[in-house]
Design a binder for this molecule. Structure first.
Ligand code: IMP
Length: 196
């Protein structure tokens, strides 16, 4: 059985392949399947947006479909940038600018009110239309400077107190073991086992 990932991103496909390796599933990206899909992500939550992406591809294939949506939630900013994380200050704005802006917006906010987390929702749709959603988070605080060269996006500003390091200072393996996406994917792996 094939599982089509609703992304062109090979890194996401690779991570899914690793976590799902015990399942008898061939993980392919939608591009590899010749599917082109870019629905408007107008949901209010990560789960809604993951489902929007999964449903759009489900309409175009008979295989299992999996989609994700993720972002950064900053409590002191009422959850911003949230579902707008990729669009925050514009898609094409560099993450150095986005990160510096968020640190600036938190200036004067004490450490005990700088809590934040990466959140991820994974949606899967089975060939019969059954919809499954799992979620994961990675908790931290927004630091006072950007730090670390690994990862991407907002990794340089999320400080992880339990590791005493920024997310961008973790190796890929260290991050996958604790990340929001890893947690949501491992939960989905267990959900799918009940159906396959
Ligand atoms: P998505 O690809 O539509 O889910 O957009 C997720 C956005 O959230 C990315 O563009 C990043 O800005 C942010 N994001 C999600 N996960 C991470 C992460 O692990 N590290 C850093 N930024 C992340």
């Amino acid at each position: 059985m094939k599982i089509v990932v609703a992304t062109g991103n090979q890194n996401k496909a690779r991570e899914i392949r690793e976590i799902f390796r015990d399942l008898d599933l061939d993980v392919v990206t939608m591009k590899e399947e010749g599917i082109d899909s870019d629905p408007e992500e107008n949901g209010a939550t990560f789960a809604e947006n993951a489902l929007i992406k999964a449903r759009a591809v489900h309409a175009l294939t008979e295989y299992i479909v999996i989609a994700d949506d993720s972002g950064l939630i900053i409590d002191a900013l009422n959850g911003e940038p949230g579902v707008y994380s990729a669009r925050y200050l514009g898609y094409d704005t560099s993450y150095h600018v986005k990160n510096a802006n968020l640190i600036e917006r938190l200036s004067g906010v004490p450490e005990d009110r700088r809590s934040a987390r990466f959140a991820c929702a994974i949606a899967a749709i089975l060939p019969d239309g059954t919809e499954l959603v799992t979620e994961g988070t990675m908790e931290g605080i927004i630091g006072y400077e950007e730090k670390g060269e690994n990862g991407f996006g907002y990794d340089p500003i999320l400080y992880l107190p339990q590791f005493q390091r920024y997310s961008a200072e973790l190796t890929p393996d260290e991050k996958n073991a604790i990340s929001h996406r890893g947690e949501a994917l491992r939960k989905m792996y267990h959900e799918l086992q009940r159906y396959l």
